[in-house]
Ligand binder design. Structure first.
Ligand SMILES: [Zn+2]
Length: 240
């Protein structure tokens, strides 16, 4: 056989193998987003509450950035499909690869200090210890974010919807409100720098559905606080 003919055969065979392989292999790789969330200083709680804390502190910035990247990635893919010889096949592969429901991978970790020994000297170094993993969608995170926005990012949705509002009145929250109101009674202006007689009052009482969030809390002195509870008692008496 002529070398020319052999070359042609080799090229044809090789060419068809490559096109079969490239036909069956998907050229698309979904660009998942991983977000690392440090929960070292957090108390033990649910994943959803960890997500709320993340959204309260970081807003949607990183997530929005990823979504605009994902949108442009999809546009590029669609253009490629438009130019491809195997349009239908490529479109199927593209659809199979898209995984919007799990596009965002949240990795919750705690930082741990480890030591390594070099020549009898201990050197500390930090490692990330993964505690929880959660794959989710943009829509889910946006939904939570919008609900948090409605309550002005004052607390997690779990705390907001909790039926144990009184238990949420922590020492830290009391201190925060006392400082915000400058240790001064909101009704009569009495200044109580040492905290004696200082009450943290729920503007809408917990019994009436009031929440333990900064916008519903104020400093009152004993006298004003007493008058307020009298009023509420009288009101409920007159109702009954
Ligand atoms: Zn007062």
């Amino acid at each position: 056989m002529d070398t020319y003919v052999v070359t042609i055969i080799v090229i044809t065979v090789f060419g068809s193998i490559t096109s079969i392989v490239s036909y069956s292999n998907s050229p698309f790789k979904f660009p998942y987003k991983t977000i690392y969330i440090n929960i070292t200083a957090r108390r033990q709680t649910t994943i959803t509450e960890y997500i709320d804390f993340y959204l309260i502190e970081n807003s949607m910035n990183e997530i929005d950035e990823f979504i605009s990247y994902l949108t442009s990635w999809k546009n590029i893919c669609e253009k490629k499909i438009g130019r491809s010889v195997f349009k239908r096949r490529r479109y199927r592969q593209f659809q199979d690869c898209c995984d919007d429901a799990h596009a965002i991978k949240l990795v919750f970790y705690k930082e741990k200090t480890r030591y390594k020994q070099v020549n009898y000297v201990r050197y500390p170094y930090k490692v990330k210890e993964v505690k929880k993993l959660f794959n989710t969608s943009y829509d889910y995170l946006l939904g939570r974010y919008n609900k948090l926005k409605e309550i002005n990012f004052q607390c997690s949705l779990e705390d907001y919807n909790s039926n144990k509002q009184r238990q949420l009145m922590t020492k830290e929250l009391r201190q925060k409100i006392a400082e915000r109101d400058n240790f001064t009674c909101k009704k009569c202006g009495k200044y109580m720098p040492d905290g004696v007689g200082l009450h943290i009052d729920h503007i809408i009482p917990v019994s009436k559905g009031g929440k333990s969030v900064p916008s519903n809390l104020q400093v009152l002195c004993s006298k004003c606080n007493g008058q307020k509870s009298d009023k509420i008692v009288k009101k409920s008496e007159s109702k009954s």
